[in-house]
Design a protein around this ligand. Structure first.
Ligand SMILES: [Zn+2]
Length: 339
């Protein structure tokens, strides 16, 4: 029937294969099918191979459609080093409520009803932030730059995400990790290590930035690992890492915080080295909607000395904390009346 150009199972299958650009040749003499240079004798193996090709094609098509959307595809088109598979690990685990997921994805895809949203600008020329009135009310401003939330909700989100790193260190060195309802102790210590949380370091020279999020002193190896954590809008992750590195490894007293690179000066890392510690610095920055840079898992594994699985789990927990915090900020912000 196919030869007579009538519709049949074979012609239908061939037209589907054509839409997926799969070129299968039927060798009638040997009752085999040649596909991708391989000869298939068994129908089951062939079917599995065709289905996997179709799945890959579907995934690629969906990815391209998503990427080409002007707003929703911003993260995918980002020129920075964002690792896409890693950035959505929190979503894949599906441990957050549907409300939190909806808020966070809406922020990432640019569809929150802020004052700069076209639906609002149609009726009003006032684009200023409803909370601080100092900047335009963009999504990036609400979830990572608004001074109204800086001392409260941003700090809570930052700390709850950074606690996951602290927890892993406690686990590794046999310290009692704090329950999430308890405050983290500023200093914890045992025979081998001393762990600082938000604790200023006494230095000989005066250093303004002397209070990183976490410091792990290994008393036996004489090493000090300084960890700084931040949550940023996805386009600012690399810049945050740059600023923090300058602050702790180049000049701890420079007052123009955003003006990188800093001129050389006294800094915490050098002071720790002068005090006899083999000091290193490890900045960890997560996107406010869960994004991570390529290679973060490997760096956590290396610096913290934990397994790849533990590093991945730690990232996923940090993403969850960041996403929950972001959802909370969005709820608080949008519940204020836009004047
Ligand atoms: Zn604001």
């Amino acid at each position: 029937m196919a030869k007579r150009q009538k519709r049949c199972v074979i012609s239908d299958a061939q037209s589907i294969l054509k839409t997926y650009n799969i070129n299968a040749k039927i060798d009638e003499a040997h009752s085999t099918v040649i596909l991708d240079g391989a000869i298939f004798v068994d129908a089951k193996t062939l079917a599995r191979h065709v289905v996997s090709l179709m799945r890959t094609a579907n995934n690629t098509r969906r990815y391209e459609e998503w990427r080409d959307l002007p707003l929703a595809g911003r993260v995918l088109r980002s020129t920075s080093n964002i690792g896409l598979v890693g950035s959505f690990a929190w979503l894949k685990q599906a441990k957050l409520s549907s409300t939190a997921v909806r808020n966070v994805l809406a922020a990432q895809e640019g569809c929150l009803l802020t004052k700069t949203h076209p639906a609002h600008t149609k009726h009003s020329a006032d684009l200023s932030c409803r909370a601080c009135r100092k900047s335009k009310e963009t999504i990036a401003h609400i979830i990572s730059n608004c001074p109204t939330w800086l001392p409260t909700l941003y700090v809570d989100r930052h700390d709850s995400a950074a606690r996951n790193i602290y927890y892993k260190l406690c686990q590794k060195y046999g310290l009692m990790p704090p329950h999430y309802t308890q405050q983290v102790l500023s200093v914890q210590e045992n025979d081998t290590i001393k762990l600082y949380w938000n604790q200023p370091v006494q230095t000989k020279k005066i250093i303004r930035h002397n209070k990183p999020d976490i410091i792990l002193f290994d008393k036996i190896k004489k090493t000090a690992l300084v960890i700084e954590f931040a949550i940023s809008w996805f386009t600012g992750i690399e810049r945050q890492i740059d600023i923090k590195t300058n602050r702790y490894c180049v000049n701890g007293n420079y007052d123009q915080d955003l003006n990188v690179p800093y001129p050389n000066g006294d800094n915490l890392l050098r002071e720790l080295q002068a005090a006899g510690w083999d000091a290193s610095f490890f900045p960890i920055v997560i996107g406010a909607t869960g994004e991570v840079l390529f290679g973060l898992s490997g760096k956590i594994k290396e610096h913290l000395g934990i397994s790849s699985e533990a590093a991945d789990e730690c990232i996923e927990r940090m993403q969850q904390s960041a996403a929950l915090g972001t959802s909370r900020i969005i709820k608080n912000h949008l519940s204020k009346k836009a004047r």
